[in-house]
Design a protein around this ligand. Structure first.
Ligand code: NAD
Length: 355
């Protein structure tokens, strides 16, 4: 008996294997860093459609580990099968890979439906064939549209999607819920991200927008560094205290940590329902003008911006009630918006110095 207990104590707790799709992308790469720090063994699948292989060097610079990497398209189910066969037992999957540009999805809906839904369904089928017990899915606060009451909780109604991108998140959640309902041994969590910003504090990894950024913070930092002439604030005539739109910004490292906590809950903890949904946000609304002020304070740079008309498709205001994730995952944000802006600025400067 005593010998057995000793053997248990010596059993390594390290080395649980997690497939991370989209792991060289913005949120994926930060999550890979947190997985390594927590003792997991991440294996990345990414076709580099929207990321760069050099991200692996950034991950190594932070963690001392170069994660295993498969340059495969998840829409190719045979390639996916090859990965699962080669990797053997996989404990969980975190599924980040998707196209994510809202505006582009309106112009190319079929590309978005094909890529985002085919890859998810291929992954669920592989999970079934190889009996992988747990999945984390990247969802989004876009599923709520413009909510009737704020802050939004997980039981707030899901509104009709405003874009094909948004619909791929709604449909993705439903596909996962139904699949898990048919497989009592498997578990899944959808994480509805609010607005992730910033970069790793080491500035070895960060957001790499291709072309003109659609998101506010990369646009701010690119303007401040001189890559863009000026920032356009889309509307200051909204029904908000300063008239500009309100969002719930959270730092990408805080967001990454929530994935590790969601895995822990499914693999070791108390996930009684097979499928669960959590909002991930700071729980605080910040206006565009306040975000600009936070950047100016953090960087010491005065930003050039003008106020223009509203942008089609923008909702007025949204922020999260993250109390379910606080309570059930033991997760909460720790990084302030000023600190987040400082990391975004450090990252933009590093990109400039690398040129
Ligand atoms: P990202 O574009 O930086 O990362 C996604 C990665 O997936 C990229 O590296 C891309 O090359 C890869 N990919 C896409 N399609 C693929 C395919 N068929 N096969 C293999 N790899 C593929 O995006 P991100 O900001 O890190 O977002 C990650 C996830 O979070 C996405 O699902 C996105 O919709 C969701 N999300 C992002 C935000 C945000 O503001 N960044 C907000 C809410 C939800």
């Amino acid at each position: 008996q005593e010998q057995n207990e000793m053997a248990d104590l010596l059993e390594p707790v390290m080395g649980r294997k997690v497939i991370v799709t989209g792991g060289t992308g913005y949120i994926g790469s930060h999550t890979v860093v947190e997985l390594i720090a927590a003792g997991y063994e991440p294996v990345i699948i990414d076709n580099l459609y929207n990321s760069d292989i050099s991200v692996l060097e950034g991950i190594r610079a932070i963690t001392g580990v170069t994660p295993k990497f498969w340059d495969y398209d998840l829409c190719d189910s045979q390639k996916l099968e090859e990965v699962f066969r080669a990797e053997g037992k996989v404990d969980a999957i975190i599924h980040f890979a998707a196209y994510k540009a809202v505006g582009e999805s309106v112009r190319k809906p079929l590309d978005y439906y094909r890529n985002n839904l085919t890859s998810l369904m291929n992954l669920l089928a592989a999970m079934d064939r190889h009996d992988t017990p747990a999945l984390v899915f990247s969802s989004s606060c876009t599923v709520y549209g413009q909510p009737d009451t704020l802050p939004v909780t997980e039981t707030s109604p899901v509104k009709e999607a405003a874009s094909p991108y948004g619909y791929t998140k709604q449909a993705g959640e439903t596909i996962i819920r139904d699949t898990i309902a048919a497989r009592p041994a498997h578990k899944a969590v959808s994480l509805r991200y609010f607005n992730p910003i910033g970069a790793h504090p080491t500035a070895f990894i960060g957001e790499l927008p291709r072309g003109v950024p659609e998101n506010l913070v990369p646009y701010i930092t690119q303007t401040a560094i001189g890559l863009r002439d000026e920032l356009k604030v889309f509307g200051t005539d909204y029904d908000t205290p300063d008239g500009s739109c309100i969002r719930d910004y959270l730092h990408v490292v805080d967001l990454a940590k929530a994935h590790v906590m969601a895995l822990r809950r499914m693999l070791d903890g108390e996930n009684k329902a097979g499928y669960e949904v959590f909002n991930l946000g700071m729980g605080k609304g910040v206006s565009v003008l306040e975000a600009i002020a936070a950047f100016e304070k953090a960087s010491g740079v005065k930003l050039k911006y003008t106020i223009t008309g509203r942008r089609a498709g923008d909702i007025e205001k949204i922020w999260a009630d993250p109390s379910l994730a606080n309570r059930e995952l033991g997760w909460k944000t720790e990084i302030t918006i000023e600190e987040a802006m400082e990391t975004a600025w450090r990252w933009e400067n590093r990109l400039k110095n690398k040129e």
